[in-house]
Design a binder for this molecule. Structure first.
Ligand code: MN
Length: 250
């Protein structure tokens, strides 16, 4: 069992060290992760410059690229062996609802979708002043991946896992969830650079707008580990007939 571990917080992040340790009890782990924090990178590939892979210590590699670059390199010819699955995280912060569109943590898991086993993106729902219980999320990841190894399901499955930031004994259990939706983001935050030119910070994500029954938001709020199965097909199948009729009116 060969497990590729990646993330978007960078190869030196606390979360990836904990995930690597948890996965090492289940298989042979290789880490390939960005050289720095690339949170928000989404599913992006670097196509304009070549990528180099550096080894920081045996089995831990970093790339000056995106999470998707890292997984793509790792599973597309850099190594002489094939990986069985990708585990991405443990992200420092939740990836709930529309976060999955921007998340490099989720993107790394998605890039591993062609491998033999379902992939998993795992995020700890850290908040300022919280406990930062990465050990809790690491135990959850271990439990889930052990389950996937023993009882694998659909090979195309991508699991987006969000873990409440609390001691493991205080988790309320698991919940299978759907993605909720966030409110529109806060406005950008204007500032001036040292030359007096206007610059802008992207503001924080909005609060949960659809955080109701069945959502990932609600599960985490209730102390449950949220497990959302993701699909790659973004087609809005239910809208195909109405779009077809609308096109005929042009
Ligand atoms: Mn991140």
């Amino acid at each position: 069992m060969k497990i590729l571990v990646s993330n978007d917080d960078g190869y030196r992040a606390e979360g990836i060290a904990q995930l690597r340790a948890a996965m090492a009890s289940l298989g042979e782990v290789t880490v390939v992760a960005p050289d720095r924090n690339r949170s928000g990178a989404g599913n992006s590939l670097t196509l304009d410059v070549p990528l180099r892979l550096f080894e920081s210590e045996p089995g831990i590699y970093y790339v000056a690229g995106t999470p998707t670059d890292c997984v793509h390199l790792a599973i597309s010819g850099v190594f002489e062996f094939e990986f069985d699955m990708v585990a991405s995280g443990i992200n420092d912060g939740a990836n709930l609802g529309d976060d999955v569109l921007y998340s490099g943590t989720v993107a790394a898991a998605i890039e591993g979708r062609f491998l033999g086993l379902p992939t998993i993106a795992i995020s700890l729902c850290t908040v300022p002043g919280g406990g930062r219980h990465f050990d809790t999320a690491a135990r959850v990841a271990q439990q889930l991946v052990a389950g996937l190894m023993q009882r694998p399901f659909d090979a195309a499955m991508i699991l987006n896992v969000n873990v409440p930031d609390r001691p493991h004994a205080q988790l309320a259990g698991f919940a299978s969830t759907r993605l909720g939706f966030r409110h529109r983001s806060d406005a950008v935050i204007p500032a001036k650079n040292p030359r007096g030119q206007p610059v802008y910070w992207i503001g924080p994500a909005g609060a949960g707008a659809d955080a109701g029954a069945g959502t990932d938001f609600l599960a985490v709020e209730n102390g449950l580990v949220s497990v959302t199965p993701l699909s790659i097909d973004l087609t809005r199948h239910a809208a195909l007939p109405s779009i077809g009729r609308w096109l005929e009116t042009l």
